[in-house]
Design a protein around this ligand. Sequence first.
Ligand SMILES: Nc1ncnc2c1ncn2[C@@H]1O[C@H](COP(=O)(O)OP(=O)(O)OP(=O)(O)O)[C@@H](O)[C@H]1O
Length: 257
Amino acid sequence: MLGIDQCARSLEKCRANIFGWSWDSRLTMGLCVLGIALPLTWKSLQKRIKQYVARLLKHGLRGLLVESSPLPLVICGPSGVGKGTLLEHLMKVMPQFTFSVSHTTRAPRPGEEHGVHYNFSTVEKVKEMIAGGEFLEWAEVHGNYYGTSLEGLRGKGVTVLDIDVQGVKNVKSAVAEGRLAGANYVFIRPVDVKVLEERLRGRGTETEDKIQLRVANAKGELEYGEEAGNFDVIITNNDLDKAKSEIVEVAKSLYRI
Ligand SMILES: Nc1ncnc2c1ncn2[C@@H]1O[C@H](COP(=O)(O)OP(=O)(O)OP(=O)(O)O)[C@@H](O)[C@H]1O
């Protein structure tokens, strides 16, 4: 990386040559710009390299020619912290951020469209996909299978995953195994656990037992969320308007929009 003195000297040299830029000045100016830009882009560059390697392993050389889709945006945080509230705002302001379409083996209900509400599939097909490691996560509920496929994350815009810590670990395993190119991880934290309890009670959607269970789980989730290296960005949702602006700014900067 270039030092500040070197940058200043380069700028002075360029200024002196402003009316007839010599190749020397152009080169030093270029190096100067690179010196500033490179550290900023290093993280995204690393992700992009991993993405290319994963595609190369999966599809061979042909994979390098396929246009890459943006990495999914993972949003995690304890129950009641305001993930849903912040995501609703983000998706309203930036419609290119959307939830992924899940797979299900249950029959479509009136008005439900394949590929819009769900990807309707058969039990045989879903079992085949599970065996082939094509799901990020899946569950069997009342005899029907539901799951988030890795393919479903490669949508038109940026796919958003609102998931718990276990879900984040599943995403990280998929990345480590080369099944997913990567993801951007954002953790939402409260100022303290007491606030969570108040929000969950205020929302009025849970029984007291469930509130206590969610608050108890929150402690472990906060430990994981705040541990260095687990998330790219941590947003504290205290003042709601501030947190809303922050999530939009974070999304813009992560996806260079
Ligand atoms: N900054 C905030 N200040 C006050 N109340 C908030 C704030 N953010 C969210 N809330 C409120 O807290 C409650 C919980 O928010 P929300 O449902 O978005 O949480 P969540 O993290 O999505 O929860 P879950 O994981 O259980 O779905 C809602 O009633 C919401 O209106």
